[in-house]
Every structure is written in structure tokens, then in C-alpha cells.
Ligand binder design. Structure first.
Ligand code: NDP
Length: 499
């Protein structure tokens, strides 16, 4: 019998998952063994698919698109499948949460909250499936009528990261399905389980075979095969800016497939002296520690008005010290384990670099001994200069860099001093200041006197090098469609060639 942790029995042997093509489970490939980042025991075995498996999966998705078994259904029928999937996820909430914890290391309470968001994504997309429509033009003259049809783009390749394996999946899949597209998914190899579980839930909900296919394996082989595949019409990629760039090259070198990219961030949280400092400090602590800072919208740059900077940093450091880091199965845990050994090393290297470059640690900076896993204390650096690596590069860990400003213009200029533009948060009781910042800082998602709020109704995506396109909301469905303009002559054509 394996060890129990907070009432959860760790798997005695790792669970083996196959891969899913054309409505069938397949196996027989080399297996990858995944250890729990928090408990150090093997938890899953997933298949290392081959490029031939990718070809099979794309062929299945192609056929399922071309024969219109999905795109040809009324939006209401697609909505029915999405709503039944939402219910299926609800029924299996605890099981999905458990696999997210075992493979990713995130706290169980957080995993449950994310799954609730995923259910909402399916419900929202179901509404969009019914309402998706084109446009018409009756102002082209009495003899010409115009229509704009919204058509699904075709076969979508979807590559997802390890930081929110189920959440990012569910912020894409229902919206892709609502549009009428079919897809082939490749999850990050270290966190494949819940993407595979979704295959069963979708099939039980009545999704036709071949519409949702999953191939597993590394990015370098399976991911790259998708980016280069000539029969994929659109690729949605979420992950590092470096791989995002390689997707752009692969698209250019293959079939010019459309790209949706959600990449890195170096997101500012701007705090004015007139803000509720307790609220803002709580948000800053949450914004950098949520998901151990392994979050594209982490608020990793604190930009605080100089007159209150010292006071604010003291309140914040005190709050960060109180964050409960530990075993993610403990329902009280707020911050779990770092997901991969390489990410752990990256974060620790950045902390060392910050110290070397002269920034001052106000709290954290050390490895925590919380049992059999990788844990890093939430860390606050003060005295950070714009030239430092910790100021410019995405750390993807619980490491916050603090900057001070004297004027509104300086705050905006510091906030925009990054190649990224994913998200931003501003704290002030003065509506003029808050709105000026909101309008002048270049970021795809903005929070005023709050942080990481919102649901699947609104779109997500980045400005600048944080990405292309939008996911979720109506725009997130339209992203997977293309417009076709149709002109209908209603009055008899005036001849070009005289008879
Ligand atoms: P990657 O960009 O390498 O991984 C993201 C996804 O892309 C995974 O599914 C990965 O597969 C796949 N992938 C990797 N290489 C290729 C390739 N050549 N072609 C196609 N797909 C590929 O991120 P990392 O996991 O290496 O993390 C590195 C950094 O990226 C982090 O420190 C963070 O800064 C950033 N990041 C940002 C995320 C975001 O949400 N914006 C999410 C994750 C990372 P596999 O992992 O199986 O090899």
C-alpha cells in the first residue's frame, strides 16, 4: 500500500495511458514515466508517439472535418455535446483534480477551482455555438445582396503547456469545437493525463470519432511534426516565446497555416499611493505566487509610487512570508511544488542572478524543505534596475521585482518597458489615473483594483511579443473561423460584352 497524504492514496504503480485517434485508444509505444513533483513517486506512463501517429491523427481529423460529421451539424447540436461534456467534467471533478495535482504539483483547492472554470468554458462555448453567425449587406444597391459566412477554418493543431494542463486545454477545445473545427492535441509530455481523460468525456458526450484526437510525446518530435504538418489549417500554441517563434518559421516553411500564439509575459502591477495598500499587497502576493508563479499572467513586476514604496514593500513582504507553501494535497496549501526540475533550476538561477546584479531580497530567495518535492519560497526583490535580467526576462516562478516611480508618466513608461504585453493590473482610488493607465499600457488583459479576475466570456491574448490572436469569448470562437464574402445578383446582370 502506498503512502497516504491528506487522505489521498498515492498510486501504487503509475497509471498507463494510451493515445487517442479516430475515437479509439492506441498503445504499444515507448513509455514516458512521470514522477509527482511533490511526492517523488511515479504517477503516470504516457506513450511516446511517432510522426506516423501524428499523420494518422491528422488524417482522422481531416476526414472528420471534410465529411462534415461535425461542421455540418446545427450549432444547437454542437452545443448539446459541449453541455454534456461540461456535465461529464463536473462528474469527474475530483479525479481530474487529483491527476492535475499528481502531475503538475498545484494545490488541490486551486485545481478544483480551475476545473470549475473549465466547466464554465464548455458552457460558454455551447452558447457561442448556437449564436455564431455571419453578416449580411443590403446596402450594395437594389440588384446586389451581400452575405458574409463564418466558416470553420478546418483542422486545428493544439499544443498546450504544463503549467495549466486542463485549464489551458479547456480555454481552447470547446471554442474550437463550437466553431465546427476538428483537432489534434499535443499536451506537454509531463502533464498529459487530463488531456487524455477529456477524450473519454467528449466521446461519452457524443462527440463523433475523429473530431478530437490526442497524440503524446515530446515537443521536439510530436509538437514539431504538428507545426510543420501540411494538412493542419491552424495551429494554436501556448508556451515559450522561443517555441512560438519556431511555430512561425514552421508555418512559413510548410503551408502558411494560421497561428494563434499565447506566449510569455512580464506583467506589471502598478500601485499608486492613493490605493488601498492592504488590498493591493494582497493582490501582489497572490499575483506572483498563484501556481508558484508558473503563470503567463503572473504579475512579476511591481511598480509602486515612491512615496509609499517602503511601506508597501514591508506590508507585501509580511504577507508573502505567510503564504502556505507545501504538500498540494493539504487543503490549506496555497502554493505547491515547482512542476519540473528544469523550471526549478531556471527559477533558482534567476534568484542567484538578481542577487549578483545587486537587487536586494526582502523576503524569500530560498528553497523550502516541505517533503519529497521542489519548493521555492515566494521571493520579493527590491532596488531592481530595468537593465537586470530579473526585470526583463520571464522567470516563470514566484519571484517579484519591485520598481519605484514618481509620476504617472513614469509609471506608464516602466510598465511598457518590456517586449511583452500579456496582462497588467493598476491600483488607485482615482478613476482618472486608473483609466489613463488602462488606456496607455499595452497589454491584452487589464485589471483595475483587482487581479486575475474574469471568466470565459471575455477574450484572452497578448499584445507585442506575448502572442497573436485571442482565445475564449465570442472572439475565441471567431478566431477558429474564416469569413467568406458572398454576392448575389438579384436583378439580372448588365452585360459586359454588347450582344
Ligand atoms: P515550451 O514552449 O518548450 O513548451 C510548451 C509546449 O510546447 C509543450 O507542449 C512542449 O512539449 C511543446 N514544444 C516544445 N518544443 C517544441 C517544438 N520545437 N515544436 C512544437 N512544440 C514544442 O516551454 P517549456 O516547457 O520549455 O518552458 C520554458 C519557458 O517557457 C518557461 O520558463 C516559461 O517562461 C515559458 N512558458 C510559458 C507558458 C505560457 O503559458 N505562456 C507556458 C509554459 C512555458 P514538451 O513539453 O512535451 O516537450
Amino acid at each position: 500500500m502506498q503512502e497516504m497524504t491528506y487522505g489521498i492514496t498515492l498510486p501504487e504503480t503509475p497509471r498507463e495511458f494510451g493515445f487517442f485517434i479516430n475515437g479509439e485508444w492506441r498503445g504499444g509505444r515507448e513509455l514516458y514515466e512521470r514522477d509527482s513533483p511533490s511526492h517523488g513517486v511515479p504517477v503516470t506512463l504516457t506513450s511516446r508517439c511517432t510522426p506516423d501517429d501524428v499523420n494518422d491523427a491528422v488524417a482522422a481529423a481531416r476526414l472528420a472535418f471534410d465529411d462534415r460529421r461535425w461542421a455540418g451539424l446545427p450549432g444547437g447540436a454542437r452545443a448539446g455535446v459541449l453541455l454534456r461534456t461540461a456535465e461529464g467534467i463536473r462528474q469527474r471533478r475530483e479525479e481530474i483534480a487529483r491527476w492535475e495535482v499528481l502531475e503538475n504539483g498545484k494545490p488541490i483547492s486551486q485545481a478544483r477551482g480551475e476545473i470549475d472554470h473549465c466547466i464554465a468554458c464548455f458552457e460558454t462555448a455551447a452558447g457561442a455555438a448556437r449564436l455564431l453567425h455571419g453578416d449580411s449587406f443590403n446596402n450594395l444597391g437594389d440588384n446586389l445582396f451581400g452575405m458574409v459566412l463564418r466558416e470553420p477554418i478546418g483542422v486545428v493543431g493544439l499544443i498546450t503547456p504544463w503549467n495549466f494542463p486542463f485549464l489551458i486545454l479547456c480555454e481552447r477545445v470547446p471554442f474550437i469545437l463550437a466553431s465546427g473545427c476538428t483537432l489534434v492535441v499535443k499536451p506537454a509530455e509531463v502533464t498529459s493525463a487530463t488531456t487524455l481523460i477529456l477524450a473519454d468525456i467528449l466521446a461519452e458526450a457524443g462527440l463523433p470519432a475523429g473530431v478530437y484526437n490526442v497524440v503524446t510525446g515530446t515537443g521536439r518530435t510530436i509538437g514539431q511534426a504538428l507545426t510543420e504538418h501540411p494538412d493542419i489549417d491552424m495551429l494554436s500554441f501556448t508556451g515559450s516565446t522561443a517555441v512560438g517563434r519556431s511555430c512561425v518559421h514552421a508555418s512559413g516553411d510548410s503551408n502558411l497555416k494560421k497561428l494563434g500564439l499565447e506566449l510569455g509575459g512580464k506583467n506589471p502591477i502598478i500601485v499608486f499611493a492613493d490605493a488601498d495598500l492592504e488590498d493591493a499587497a494582497d493582490a501582489a502576493a497572490f499575483g506572483i505566487s498563484f501556481n508558484t508563479g508558473q503563470c503567463c499572467v503572473s504579475s512579476s513586476r511591481l511598480i509602486v509610487e515612491r512615496t509609499v514604496a517602503e511601506k508597501f514593500e514591508t506590508i507585501l513582504a509580511d504577507k508573502m512570508k505567510k503564504i502556505r507553501v507545501g504538500d498540494p494535497f493539504d487543503p490549506e496549501t496555497q502554493v505547491g511544488a515547482i512542476t519540473t526540475t528544469s523550471q526549478n533550476e531556471t527559477i533558482l538561477n534567476y534568484i542567484a542572478k538578481g542577487k549578483e546584479e545587486g537587487a536586494k531580497i526582502l523576503t524569500g530567495g530560498e528553497v523550502l524543505d516541505c517533503g519529497n518535492g521542489r519548493y521555492i519560497a515566494p521571493t520579493l526583490f527590491s532596488g531592481v534596475k530595468s537593465s537586470m535580467a530579473i526585470a526583463r526576462e520571464e522567470i516563470f516562478g514566484p519571484v517579484l521585482s519591485s520598481f519605484h516611480f514618481d509620476s504617472l508618466d513614469e509609471a506608464i513608461s516602466l510598465a511598457n518597458d518590456t517586449v511583452y504585453g500579456l496582462a497588467a493590473s493598476v491600483w488607485s482610488k482615482n478613476i482618472d489615473k486608473a483609466l489613463t493607465v488602462t488606456r496607455r499600457v499595452r497589454a491584452g488583459r487589464f485589471w483595475v483594483n483587482t487581479i486575475m479576475a474574469g471568466g470565459p466570456e471575455t477574450p484572452t491574448g497578448g499584445f507585442k511579443q506575448s502572442g497573436w490572436g485571442r482565445e475564449t469569448g465570442i472572439l475565441g470562437v471567431e478566431e477558429y473561423t474564416q469569413a467568406k464574402s458572398v454576392h448575389i445578383e438579384t436583378g439580372g446582370r448588365s452585360h459586359w460584352i454588347a450582344s
